[in-house]
Design a protein around this ligand. Structure first.
Ligand SMILES: [Fe+2]
Ligand SMILES: [Fe+2]
Length: 270
């Protein structure tokens, strides 16, 4: 599979505050994730780049290059939307500063192989979230500019979902290392996401208690269709399988359909 970085041309300047179908809590949860992306994706790139000289396979090297291009563009567009959050009156810089300082501190003290394993697991989570983006029943009703941003990102996440995993397998195929990365990715993504979303929701007058109650209610209404449960439930169980590989999730069609509908280049066989 060839990996192609594509540019997104969307003007976010008039996106409303409650862009997620008027739902303040759903918007806060999505915006919380948006705040994590720029620093997180640059970490993914760094952790893979560290091992670039150990990769001899020309196909995987070409895929890594495409992965760097895609993640760099994602980080930039989510940075652009973070600027809109500021314009909407949210105070986000204290959070962004503390989040990036703490994650850099952790990254520097974590062995490079474990950083790579964290990236491989985080990419598994983002691929699940990506497939879920296209199948959420209310996805068609959210602000069209945000739909473009999240669908573009989701489609490319599906396209490069195996890259970090294949690099990890080449560098060190140890199951214990992969699971160590899964544990750390779960704790870090879960912790940072709750922190980011609650930072925004507090500014909308929504307490942590009310936020958790809403998340629990979402899980109760439709346990099978809840994205948080899909990632931290089914996603973890799947990743624990010794023979797991991201290609076992057949979600490429969702990405290909979205690219085709926009006349964007399709994933091609290498
Ligand atoms: Fe990304
Ligand atoms: Fe990614």
């Amino acid at each position: 599979m060839q990996i192609t970085p594509r540019d997104l041309d969307v003007d976010f300047s008039s996106v409303p505050r409650a862009w997620h179908n008027g739902n303040v809590i759903a918007t806060g949860i999505s915006n919380g994730l948006n705040m994590l992306f720029p620093h997180g994706e640059r970490f993914f790139v760094r952790s893979v780049k560290h091992f670039l000289d150990r990769i001899d396979d020309p196909t995987l090297r070409a895929q890594i290059k495409g992965f760097f291009g895609q993640e760099g563009r994602h980080a930039k567009e989510h940075d652009n939307f973070n600027a809109i959050l500021r314009q909407q009156g949210y105070e986000i810089d204290q959070f962004l500063e503390r989040y990036s300082r703490l994650s850099m501190w952790i990254e520097k003290r974590t062995p490079p192989k474990l950083n790579l394993a964290i990236t491989a697991a985080a990419e598994h989570f983002t691929a699940i979230l990506a497939a879920d983006t296209f199948t959420q029943p209310d996805f068609d009703r959210i602000d069209p500019r945000m739909r473009e941003l999240f669908a573009w990102h989701a489609a490319e996440e599906i396209e490069h979902k195996s890259v970090a995993f294949d690099v990890l397998k080449t560098v060190d195929p140890s199951y214990a290392l992969r699971i160590g990365g899964l544990v750390m990715a779960t704790v870090l993504l879960g912790g940072f996401w709750i922190w980011g979303a609650s930072t925004l929701l507090r500014q909308d007058g929504i307490s942590l208690r009310k936020f958790f109650r809403a998340v629990r209610a979402g899980i109760k209404t439709d346990p099978k269709d809840d994205p948080i449960r899909k990632v931290f439930g089914g996603g973890i169980l799947q990743y624990l399988r010794r023979d797991f590989h991201p290609s076992q999730n057949p979600n490429e069609k969702l990405a290909a359909e979205w690219f085709a509908a926009r006349g964007m280049s399709l994933p091609e066989a290498a």
